[in-house]
Design a protein around this ligand. Sequence first.
Ligand code: DP6
Length: 348
Amino acid sequence: MRTTTARAHPNIALVKYWGKADEDLILPAAGSLSLTLDQFPTTTTVAPAPSAELDVLELDGRPADAGQTARISDFLDHVRTLAGRDERVIVRSRNSVPTGAGLASSASGFAALATAAAAAFDLDLSPRDLSRLARLGSGSACRSIAEGVAVWHAGDDASSFAEPVDAPDMRMIIVTVDRARKAVSSREAMRATAATSPFYSGWVSSTEDYLRQMLVACRAGDFTRIGEITESHALRMHGLIQSTVPPIRFLNPTSHAIFDAVAEAREQGIEAYSTADAGPNVAVIVRPSDAGALAGRLTAFGDVRVVGPGPGAHLCTEEGAAVPAAAVDAAAPVAVPASEPASEGGRA
Ligand code: DP6
């Protein structure tokens, strides 16, 4: 075993994942597609703790609570099983995105953890197998293994992974309207939706249909169609979530006002489309040439950050230079000091 550090970025889905076909293997009911961002990274160090009886988890410099530690430890059990080893580890993780506020910190978190832990346990996984591993921590994390726009295939354990797809260059404007932790987690909420919404089966089939259309639009470089599907699918997801019994709502009045402002900008010739994950923050896709102008307008609603397509999860070398996880030879010297690098990217 060795000490390793990995970094991964959040992703925002343009075709959403909401509902599982298998809770244990975290297989989605339908495929999805996302943009991995170039900001808000999570940096995670995994160090051996051979004499410890339990894994130790430190999150943003503080000991994690029992629930977080149990979830990480369960995930590390998958890595230990794959590696045929049983050592406990110390995990130190630092987020530069507000944890649990609907900006996909679980995606960057489990993608960074999967990458660091696989290397720490001397597993030499292909990008596909690393994505499958990250999926077992949090479904959306499998997409943060891949760079830029990525499709996560529905399927069985072997065939459900994410991989990059060609797409036109775009920017995303993240409008943070609230940094508080969500009242209900995505995991619990999607379980409740699947169990109680009368619209759930229609949601699954319409997601499959939209994903097919989205892949065609990405291949064709058709930004307009990508945007139309993105906004329509986000609104469908939030409609579906609100149909859960008892109802769940993630969008707040400011979120809706941002959707309206973006629609108004569109009428005035700035082509942009909104989406939102399981929280009130809104992400707006826009052509690179329009990003500055639109970002200026959206500052009225919250903290605004313009982001672009980012790298897939990767190991960090001692010097801080990054190397793609899958390109690292298991024997290469990638050990880093136990103290993690400072997190990148402050907020606008
Ligand atoms: C709304 O990946 O956090 O962001 O698999 O249970 O860990 P688990 O759920 P998670 O759900 C993400 C939901 C979403 C949509 C998406 O990212 O596709």
